[in-house]
Design a protein around this ligand. Structure first.
Ligand code: HEC
Ligand code: HEC
Length: 332
């Protein structure tokens, strides 16, 4: 075989593969689109509909049901563990069949308040999103038909769905919607910081943590991105920034670029909410930073980002100041 021939067959092989991937995506995508088009009244903010206990119960049950995955090995809760602020104690937990992606599951606390989903903001709508993990290869790897067949044949689900919809026939849209109803109920717990700041309980946090809160808003500059107000109590501006995380990695994740296809957005990620951050290590979109102290040290030492992010630069925090910030982060 001469070289030229080799090259051509390699290329046509690649074409077949990309063609197949596109076709699969089109078919799956169109099915989803048309299912939504047929049920327009079911799309949108479900909290405005009568949000019955049955929907919540169903959503909670489905969220933790491993039988929704192709090999019965993972549920939503495997990666979004209710005992771990709805993320995972593993940096990047494996999906069905041991498939591993390259991102850490974001915590689902207060997820209904997020204007856009995923670390790059490329997904919108909890109802719509809930469907994808069930069919994504590196998450639950199942097919829409198999999920519908399983849920429709389970007596507990049948009974509850009949109560809500008046029929035992359960579609993937029904399933995604009740999961979304449950997700909207996931909110962060009242924190020590809130007792201190909102209720005026000066003893709710330590003096070190209270100095940390001052630093957070001043010298350390954290509040520029992790904004906080009475309207937005999640310590995030819901924006996308390059904080020089994951730059050393060969398989660099292009982040926000995947959402906007703007080269200036390469390496930018959504500002993470900091609620309950003390109890859900490791940190960042790739789970690459192990402790809060290491996160603060990262910000203290960051010298260079791809975008010369104006809010970042050497902070010159003393070790006591680092300590204070860590103490503060532990209270929110
Ligand atoms: C194998 C692990 C895994 C499983 C199983 C899984 N997820 Fe996720 N989930 C992730 C990862 C990783 C992301 C971030 C994806 C990204 O940024 O590209 C994510 C993102 C999300 C988000 C967006 C959160 C945000 O803050 O933007 C929601 C909502 C979500 N998942 C819900 C679910 C639901 C519902 C299920 C079950 C039907 C599920 N996930 C199953 C790993 C998983
Ligand atoms: C330029 C905006 C910006 C500034 C300033 C900033 N952050 Fe962040 N922060 C982010 C972004 C964006 C992420 C997510 C980065 C990623 O995952 O790659 C993040 C992630 C984090 C996380 C990890 C949360 C998680 O769930 O994994 C912590 C903790 C954190 N920041 C604390 C701080 C502290 C403390 C400061 C001040 C010293 C600070 N940040 C300053 C934008 C910023």
């Amino acid at each position: 075989m001469n070289n030229r021939h080799k090259k051509t067959s390699w290329r046509s092989g690649l074409k077949v593969i990309t063609g197949t991937i596109t076709a699969v995506w089109l078919i799956v995508g169109l099915n989803i689109q048309s299912a939504y088009a047929e049920n327009p009244e079911k799309v949108g903010d479900l909290l405005s509909a009568a949000d019955t206990e049955a929907k919540l119960t169903l959503g909670r049950m489905l969220f933790s049901d491993m039988n929704l995955s192709v090999d019965g090995s993972v549920s939503c809760a495997t990666c979004h563990d209710p005992e771990y602020s709805y993320t995972s104690s593993q940096a990047i937990p494996a999906g069905a069949g041991g498939h591993i992606g390259n991102r850490r599951p974001p915590s689902l606390l207060d997820v209904a308040s997020k204007p856009a989903l995923f670390w790059d903001g490329r997904m919108r709508g909890l109802e719509r999103q809930a469907l994808y993990p069930m069919i994504a290869l590196n998450e639950m790897g199942n097919s829409i038909k198999a999920v519908e067949a399983y849920v429709s044949s389970n007596p507990d689900y049948q009974r509850l769905f009949e109560q809500i919809n008046g029929t035992k026939n359960v579609s993937i849209i029904d399933i995604s919607q009740v999961i979304a109803v449950f997700e909207r109920s996931i909110v962060s717990k009242k924190s020590a910081f809130e007792r201190y700041y909102l209720d005026g309980d000066n003893l709710a946090i330590s003096q070190s943590a209270s100095r940390g809160w001052q630093l957070f808003q001043s010298k350390a500059g954290c509040i520029q991105c992790h904004s906080y107000s009475l309207k937005n109590q999640h310590f995030t501006d819901h924006g996308y920034h390059d904080t020089a995380v994951g730059r050393q990695d060969n398989k660099r994740d292009l982040g926000r670029f995947y959402s906007t296809i703007n080269i200036n957005d390469r390496g930018k990620f959504r500002t993470a909410s900091l609620r309950e951050v003390g109890g859900r290590k490791p940190y960042m979109h790739d789970g690459s930073i192990q402790t809060l102290r290491a996160v603060v040290e990262h910000y203290n030492n960051v010298k260079e980002t791809n975008h010369n992010t104006p809010m970042l630069g050497a902070l010159n925090l003393s070790s006591e100041e680092v300590e204070d910030l860590v103490a503060f982060l532990g209270t929110i």
